[in-house]
Design a protein around this ligand. Structure first.
Ligand SMILES: Cc1cc2nc3c(=O)[nH]c(=O)nc-3n(C[C@H](O)[C@H](O)[C@H](O)COP(=O)(O)OP(=O)(O)OC[C@H]3O[C@@H](n4cnc5c(N)ncnc54)[C@H](O)[C@@H]3O)c2cc1C
Length: 386
């Protein structure tokens, strides 16, 4: 029976649903105890990793109960390719397999029989086999290093980091990249390039420091020219379909980065769908990239930009930042939160809609658009959590 044994899959899934957190914690403890080199692959705090692994196991069981294999195999293969950046070796997969089997056997001891043993062994063999097979088959390097050339601070909480990578990166406009910075080794975070892939290897990111955030505050506070950053392979499918009508883009703060890349990519073409970009921040002085956007709009009549700030005034520390009054003839700044301001103009239901920014802003904007009548399937955004 093995993978087709739905009853055994249900037993496994139930074990993950009730007390799965402890089960996953026990697995990592056992794995690291038997293979110290595996501990080095992960950051010191394992809470997020444990949560993600637990969810992935539950989802895999659900898929197998429903007798769906295609998506799990694709997911595991992607996971295997991604894990190359951590330095995972075939030896790690062997010790993982042994530790996971021992942990599950211990947890399911009172139900353990030949049939359950076969199903659990097959699930683990599937995970390990697909992940390590996909990793082996991948020929592209797992990551590329690059040097920070410039660190600009266009607003108090925002950094623009310009790098020169050792090799050119191949990503599509709108995609995001896993990034590791020297201030926080082994804590990979997703960042979206703010320029299209450059054949000479130049790369730019916009980073907003999140209050209490480990990596973003370290980048904004400490990144300096000469730092070596590590960047892994791209993810995501945010895109503009040039044959699918006009476009609405909504960017909150550094959520601008992938939309700016898409706009820059569109600027290669003489004719494009109309693109209306709402770019929002808390205070007017934090609309840090307006000069570039206005410059692009001035030579690309298909692009219009509406700046939006939550407050109508600047804080005392704003004096050092440039004036954000638009040049004559361009849209003037609107005051309010993005979801409200954007939907003041209608539901944008006839547009391709792309929303980028912090998770709360994306969720609120999407909900406001849907409430106004925009079809949910026309709204695109990146995953809300890393
Ligand atoms: C697909 C994708 C693309 C991304 N692209 C960019 C980008 O181009 N530029 C950029 O600045 N950031 C981007 N991010 C966010 C980035 O990956 C980090 O999550 C963010 O910088 C916080 O990391 P941290 O280590 O500082 O915070 P952590 O230490 O991981 O988290 C600290 C606290 O902050 C909260 N938090 C995490 N992220 C956010 C957020 N974005 N807004 C508000 N609260 C948050 C967490 O829930 C937690 O409570 C992207 C995220 C995703 C999923």
């Amino acid at each position: 029976m093995g993978l087709e044994d739905r009853d055994s899959m249900r037993i496994l899934r139930d074990a993950l649903d009730s007390g799965g957190e402890q089960l996953v914690a026990d697995f990592y403890t056992r794995w690291f105890a038997t293979d110290l080199s595996a501990r080095d692959l992960f950051p010191p705090d394992m809470a997020t990793q444990r949560k993600v692994f637990g969810h992935a196991l539950s989802w895999l069981c659900d898929e197998l109960i429903a007798q769906r294999a295609e998506e799990p195999v694709a997911f595991l293969a992607q996971l295997g390719r991604d894990h190359r950046k951590y330095g995972v070796t075939p030896g790690h997969y062997e010790t993982l397999q042994t530790a996971l089997l021992a942990t599950l056997r211990g947890r399911l001891a009172d139900r353990w029989d030949r049939r359950l043993a076969e199903a659990v062994t097959d699930v683990i063999a599937l995970i390990v086999g697909v992940m390590s097979g996909a990793a082996d088959a991948e020929t592209s390097p797992p990551f590329c290093d690059g040097t920070v050339l410039e660190h600009l601070r266009p607003a108090r909480d925002v950094s623009v980091i310009r790098l020169k990578m050792d090799h050119a990166l191949g990503y599509q406009p709108g995609q995001y990249l896993p990034v590791q910075v020297p201030q926080w080794p082994r804590r990979w975070r997703y960042l979206s390039p703010s320029i299209p892939a450059d054949p000479a290897g130049y790369l730019e990111f916009h980073i907003r420091s999140v209050p209490g955030g480990m990596v973003s505050t370290a980048i904004v506070g400490e990144a300096r020219p000469g730092d070596r950053w590590r960047v892994s392979n791209p993810h995501g499918a945010l895109h503009v379909d040039r044959d699918d009508g006009d476009v609405l883009m909504v960017a909150g703060s550094t959520g601008l980065a992938p939309l700016r890349t898409l706009i820059m990519d569109l600027a290669r073409f003489g004719e494009n769908p109309r693109v209306h970009l709402f770019f929002g921040a808390k205070h007017p002085c934090e609309l840090y990239d307006l000069p570039t956007l206005w410059e692009i709009a001035s030579t690309n009549p298909w692009l219009s930009v509406t700046p939006v700030s939550e407050f109508d005034f600047d804080p005392p520390w704003a004096a050092q930042y440039p004036d954000v009054t638009p040049p004559r003839g361009l849209h003037v700044r609107q005051t309010g939160r993005l979801p409200e301001v954007v939907t003041r103009y209608g539901n944008w239901g006839d547009r391709q809609i792309l929303v980028c920014g912090g998770p709360a802003m994306v969720a609120a904007t999407k909900a406001a658009l849907i409430a106004k009548g925009a079809p949910a399937e026309r709204i695109r955004h990146d995953p809300l959590a890393s």
